[in-house]
Write a new protein. Structure first.
Length: 186
């Protein structure tokens, strides 16, 4: 069975998710950090919706043996939240090894929610002034805002994997659901 993925639609949706709030963010006192936090909120929403929408029997699905299962991707995303956000918070990475230890839908959703709650602290505490503070990240010095931007990019990258998995299982991804993107009023 071959699934058809409308790459243009996925890219347009992600572009709107990333660019639409720019006008709102620019009017705020901390437009850079507020915008980054807004994007994170959207990414968090679609990842949690994905985890909730996919039936438990598909959590072990992987298109080939060479890739992670759908559940492992969700676990990896949860683990990565701790890695990225602990650097910004100046904390030791708790490294819960969710990808390696959690397999059930309920456990993975709970772990993902906990990971996002941990990361919320990093995004909530960010200001444009603190965004320029340098932290050690992957062996180099990186501005805090850069670390959180990479977190968003990494999460969206894996959402793209999950979209493919869902399409292969005839599941409509959250960003393709009717009403996900509000249409302009005429």
């Amino acid at each position: 069975m071959q699934a058809t993925i409308n790459v243009g639609q996925v890219l347009r949706t992600l572009l709107i998710l990333v660019l639409a709030p720019a006008a709102v963010a620019s009017a705020q006192e901390n437009p850079l950090s507020a915008y980054n936090k807004h994007v994170y909120g959207g990414v968090k929403k679609i990842l949690l919706r994905t985890a909730e929408k996919v039936p438990e029997e598909n959590y072990n699905f992987k298109p080939t043996d060479a890739v992670r299962s759908l559940g492992q991707i969700l676990g990896h995303v949860a683990d990565s939240q701790y890695g990225f956000c602990s650097a910004v918070l100046g904390e030791k990475n708790p490294a819960p090894k969710i990808e390696e230890t959690k397999t059930s839908k309920a456990d993975l959703i709970a772990a993902l929610k906990d990971a996002f709650a941990y990361c919320d602290k990093a995004y909530d505490g960010m200001t444009d002034a603190s965004a320029t503070q340098m932290v050690k990240f992957f062996g180099g010095d990186t501005p805090k805002l850069g670390v959180l931007t990479v977190n968003n990019i990494h999460s969206v990258e894996h959402y793209g994997n999950l979209v493919t998995y869902m399409r292969l299982k005839n599941i409509v991804p959250p960003t393709s659901e009717p009403g996900f993107m509000p249409q302009p009023k005429k």
